[in-house]
Each structure stands twice: as structure tokens, then as C-alpha cells.
Design a protein around this ligand. Structure first.
Ligand code: XMP
Length: 588
């Protein structure tokens, strides 16, 4: 946000919670940003405080993320979290050791001496995730907290305002986490409240007017929250005549999606909204394709073709238009996480004409300073309906990557652990993509399957990356077969029906709000009369990079299963018990 400088900067050492730390500080009403860990101190002057994030590397290894050593002499208050705590100890002459084993999960903090970080913080539950430990604090530091796990749980040098904590205050499992951050941000750093979303909105609108000048803005809207809120901001600042929204109906959408999106845009006051019907083209492009990556590539190329046609037909490249995009803050920061995600699954290509607009700065991206929750808050401010803002993420390639295909037929094989389904799904193990079979347990999923059985099986069997339980079936599991199947409208309609059933129940019972995302997947596995199976895949996640399989209430599972099995073509309903890693959220 050009006109506002962050008071608190989070230095990113590659941790999955880096953005969560910045979000938590913003929730306290203080503007925080994220910068690479090695940002020179000269670029951080004026900050009220610095937080060094946690990260998966080891400070004992050469080449691991580091900070500018001058940072510790800058007199800016610093809080090191986990890896940041170890980095601080190592830089200042303390001792970091390889732990005997990794420590992940809950522990109990015992406050061992008074400290500015602990003001009002009682002994309480904390959440840890680390391997290395701080074995000795640097000269001048004191140990301020301990826990039952090894290493220094907390240390500080109050005069120099340097603080290190081994636990994660940003996650909800750390009971006093918010309090600890509050103490650091306000009492120690002296930050003042300057971050208020409703006050930001008029400033963002003014920025849009400045960027657009006398040009108009066009958006390819996806029906997702980000592009819709960005579009609405432009609509408000430039007026409905100057903003164009194009929605491509790929035929790979959920049931009722296009009508829903059209309705929401009408409600928002859009006058120039074009829904381009392209279902037949996308289906034709997918004909004869069975491989997940091939599917993604074909869909990406088809998007490019359709967008090129629209750009030419509507004269969007004649110099009077600039491109609007819903890019949000985490997308603007190159992190280990986002770089890796692209290796696992191919995302969409860009149209040359759009790339040219981006390269020449003919682009307006009103949301680049905001996190997803903040985008929702802005949406609420602008009157975007809640039923829209609370929607789960949905992948660009749509139901195509939830409709599994097979080029050959196959049988379900009984093994000592369960039944091996011949379908293959995408997973992520270490940094690598895997494409492996699925093991089906012949019973209804229980909590133990999610917590113990499934991880043990994926750890011990190299032929699988996913484990499912069986919610219900019309035939014995061992008698099911895999059929040759591609993407067809018929199969997509079956998936749409199953997905709609799941969504209706989940909305009605409130389960929708309890999970981060709930893909429903179609497998070409069944009997001669009913050739398909459906997989339920509810997960919880912070940012989609890692995810936990979640168990739904048994009664809900039974109701959903009964209704889905009433679809004549569906032979079985499975339940995905796999965390990410080793599975990915989507099956392809
Ligand atoms: P995976 O399956 O990689 O998904 O664990 C992580 C998150 O990303 C979404 N996803 C996509 N989103 N285009 C998108 O816009 C894509 O090609 C794509 N593939 C996966 C997925 O739904 C989940 O939220």
C-alpha cells in the first residue's frame, strides 16, 4: 500500500505460517507486511518491530535462510519465532543443537521469570513444531520460559528488546498467542493502530481512479471471491459503464454455477457482464485425454483460445482498456510454498495479449495489499452478498480435475491392508509429485482411520498415496471394476448431481462452515449397471499448502451417502482419509 508503511515486518524464512503471523498482527489493527528473510536492514529502517518467522530449514545447515546480521544491532525490537528464535540464538553466540527427535504438537509453557512479552500471560498451552533446539542462550540473554520438551522455550534480552520463542504464537492452539503478539507489538515496539479495512476502502478506490485515468477496465471473473471483490471495487470507483466483466462458462462448473454468478453480478449493479458459453469447445478439447497433466494443459490452452477470441471481438486490446485482476497479497510474494505448488500441478497459461498488458503496466490490481479474510471484509463493506463471500475455493480447471478418467479397464484387488483401487491420484511427497493407486478400507471411516491407519498405510506402502474408507456401496468392494472413461457431459452431470447433494446437506447442517474445502470426486469404478463411484474429500487447511482430512458427523455421512447412492449410475461412496501431504487436496 504505497501510502502506508508497515510498522511490523515479518521476515520470511520459508515457514508455512509466515503469512499467518502478518495476518495476526493486522488483526490487532497494525499494518504488517512480509519481506524476504535477507532483506538488508537499510530497507527496514522506520519499522517499529521485526518478527523473524519459523521455517522448515535448520540453522545448522549451510545455505539455510538467514537475516542481515546488522539487524540485531539496529535497535529495532525483534521477535524470533521457532526457526527465527534459533537464528537469533546462533547469530548472537548462543548454542543451537540438532534435537534428538522432532517435537510437533501441544506442550505447556511455564513462565520462568517476568518479561515484557509475558505481561498478563499465564502458564498455558503452546504449540510447537521443530527439530532443532536452542541449548544455550547468548550472553546477556535470560531464559524466560520453559516447557516439558527439550531446549529453551523462550529467551529475551530486555534492554536490547530481543525476544525468542520456540513455540508458535500465531496458531490458535497456543492459548495466549494473541496476547504474546499484542505485548510485542504494542508494549515492546510501541506500534499504534493504523490498519482498518473500512478506512482503506476509499483509499483503494482513489488508487483505482488514478491508475485507470481515462481508460476502462475489463476483468475475466472466475466467480471466486477475489476477482469479484476486485471487480466490485472498480465498479464503485469508476461506475458501471467503465467496467466490463467476462465470465467463461467452461461446462466444467458446478450445478447452477453460471446462473448463480450472473445473479450476484446483477445484484452488484454490473451493467457490462458477459457470460461466454464455451462448454462444447472445452469438452471437445478434452476428448481422448486421460492424464491429469494433459487435462490441465488442454483446459489452459482452451482458456487462452476463448480469451483471445473475446479480446479481439470486444476490442479490449485497442488501447482504451486496462486489465483488472483480483491478485491478493500472498500471490505477490514469491515463497517456497507457491514455487513448489506449480511443480505439483500445472496452473493456467497466459494469453499473449494479456501478458503484454501486464508487462506494460496496463493493469489494475486493487487487492494486492490484502489477505483473503480482509478481501472478504472489503466485500462485506461493499455489499457483496455473504452467501458469495463465504464460498469455498474452487479450482480453475473446475470439475475436470475431479472427474477421474481411465484409458484402460482394471479390477479391484484384495490385499492384506484393504482393497487396491486401480485408479491413480496425484499426491505430494517431499517436494515431489506422485501419481499412485488408492487403498480402500472396507469399512465406514472412523477417527482412528484418519489419525492412525491412513498415515501408517501411506508411510509403509510405496504403491499408494491415498487411503479411502467406504461409506456405502451397491455391491461388494472386491467385485467393483474400473471402466475406460474420459470426460463427457454425461459423467460431469453425474458428478454435478453428487456435488449438489453434498453441498445442500453441508449448507443445511452448517458443516460447510466447519471445513475449508470439500471437493467431491468421481471415479470410473463400479459395476456393469452403475459404473461410477463418488469420493467425499472434506479438508481443513490454512492456505491450501497443507491440509488435514476431516471426519464428518456419522449421521450426515449416512444421509449424504444414501442420497448419492440413489443416483442410478453410482455404485459406491468413498471417503478420503488422506492428509496433504501425502495426498493433495484435489485428486488431480
Ligand atoms: P492441491 O490439490 O494442489 O490444491 O492440494 C491446493 C488448492 O489449490 C486449488 N487448486 C487450484 N486452483 N487452479 C486453481 O485456481 C488450479 O489449477 C488448481 N489446482 C488446485 C485446490 O482446489 C486447493 O484449494
Amino acid at each position: 500500500m504505497g501510502d502506508l508503511q508497515a510498522q511490523i515486518t515479518v521476515l520470511d524464512t520459508g515457514g508455512q505460517y509466515t503469512h499467518l503471523i502478518a495476518r495476526r498482527v493486522r488483526e490487532l489493527g497494525v499494518y504488517a507486511d512480509v519481506q524476504p528473510s535477507d532483506t538488508p536492514v537499510s530497507a527496514l529502517l522506520g519499522r517499529k518491530g521485526i518478527i523473524i518467522s519459523g521455517g522448515p530449514a535448520s540453522v545448522l545447515e549451510t545455505g539455510s535462510p538467514d537475516v542481515d546480521p546488522d539487524l540485531f544491532r539496529s535497535e529495532i525490537p525483534i521477535l524470533g519465532i521457532c526457526y527465527g528464535h534459533q537464528l537469533m540464538a546462533r547469530h548472537l553466540g548462543g548454542e543451537v543443537q540438532k534435537g534428538l527427535r522432532g517435537e510437533y504438537g501441544l506442550a505447556h509453557l511455564r513462565v520462568s521469570c517476568e518479561d515484557a512479552l509475558w505481561k498478563g500471560v499465564p502458564d498455558s498451552q503452546i504449540w510447537m513444531s521443530h527439530f532443532d533446539i536452542v541449548a544455550a542462550v547468548p550472553a546477556g540473554f535470560r531464559i524466560t520460559g520453559c516447557s516439558e520438551v527439550s531446549g529453551v522455550a523462550a529467551m529475551s534480552h530486555p534492554e536490547r528488546k530481543l525476544f525468542g520463542i520456540q513455540f508458535h504464537p500465531e496458531v490458535v492452539h497456543t492459548q495466549a498467542g494473541r496476547h504474546v503478539l499484542e505485548n510485542f507489538v504494542f508494549s515492546i515496539c510501541g506500534a499504534v493502530k493504523d490498519w482498518n479495512i473500512s478506512q482503506r476502502v476509499p483509499m483503494v478506490e482513489e488508487q483505482i481512479r488514478r491508475t485507470a485515468g481515462d481508460q476502462n477496465v475489463f476483468f475475466f471473473v472466475s466467480g471466486g471471491v477475489d476477482s469479484t471483490v476486485a471487480y466490485t471495487l472498480c465498479l464503485r470507483s469508476l461506475g458501471p459503464e467503465r467496467v466490463f466483466g467476462i465470465y467463461v462458462d467452461t461446462g466444467l462448473m458446478r450445478k447452477g454455477e453460471t446462473e448463480f454468478v450472473r445473479g450476484v453480478f446483477a445484484e452488484l449493479g454490473a451493467r457490462n457482464f458477459l457470460a461466454e458459453h464455451a462448454a462444447e469447445e472445452f469438452l471437445a478439447a478434452l476428448e481422448g485425454i486421460y492424464d491429469p497433466e494433459e487435462k490441465r494443459r488442454a483446459i489452459g490452452e482452451q482458456f487462452v483460445k476463448v480469451q483471445e477470441r473475446i479480446l479481439a471481438g470486444e476490442h479490449f486490446l485497442d488501447g482504451r482498456w486496462i486489465l483488472g485482476q483480483g491478485t491478493i497479497y500472498p500471490d505477490t510474494i514469491e515463497s517456497g510454498g507457491t514455487a513448489k505448488a506449480d511443480l505439483i500441478k500445472t496452473h493456467h497459461n497466459r494469453v499473449a495479449g494479456i501478458q503484454a498488458l501486464i508487462d506494460s503496466g496496463q493493469i489494475v490490481e486493487p487487492l494486492t495489499s490484502f489477505y483473503k479474510d480482509e478481501v472478504r471484509e472489503i466485500g462485506r463493506e461493499l455489499g457483496v452478498p455473504d452467501r458469495f463471500l463465504s464460498r469455498h475455493p474452487f479450482p480453475g480447471p473446475g470439475l475436470a480435475i475431479r472427474c477421474l478418467c481411465s484409458e484402460r479397464e482394471g479390477t479391484v484387488a484384495k490385499t492384506a491392508d484393504g482393497f487396491l483401487l486401480p485408479v491413480r491420484s496425484v499426491g505430494v511427497q517431499g517436494d515431489a509429485r506422485s501419481y499412485r493407486n488408492v487403498l480402500a478400507l472396507a469399512h465406514k471411516p472412523a477417527l482412528m482411520d484418519v489419525e492412525t491407519t491412513s498415515p501408517a498405510l501411506t508411510n509403509s506402502r510405496p504403491d499408494i498415496n491415498r487411503v479411502v474408507g467406504l461409506c456405502g456401496a451397491k455391491a461388494a468392494l472386491g467385485s467393483l471394476r474400473m471402466f475406460k472413461a474420459g470426460i463427457t457431459k454425461h459423467r460431469l452431470d453425474i458428478l454435478r448431481e453428487a456435488d449438489a447433494i453434498v453441498r445442500e446437506f453441508c449448507l443445511k447442517t452448517g458443516f460447510e462452515e466447519l471445513v475449508w474445502q470439500f471437493p467431491v470426486v468421481l471415479l470410473p469404478v463400479g459395476t456393469g449397471d452403475a459404473r461410477e463411484s463418488v469420493v467425499l474429500r472434506p479438508i481443513n487447511s490454512v492456505d491450501g499448502m497443507t491440509a488435514d482430512a476431516v471426519l464428518m458427523p456419522e449421521e450426515l455421512m449416512d444421509q449424504v451417502t444414501r442420497q448419492i447412492l440413489a443416483i442410478p449410475q453410482v455404485a459406491a461412496v468413498f471417503y478420503d482419509l488422506t492428509h496433504k501431504p501425502p495426498g493433495t487436496i484435489e485428486w488431480e
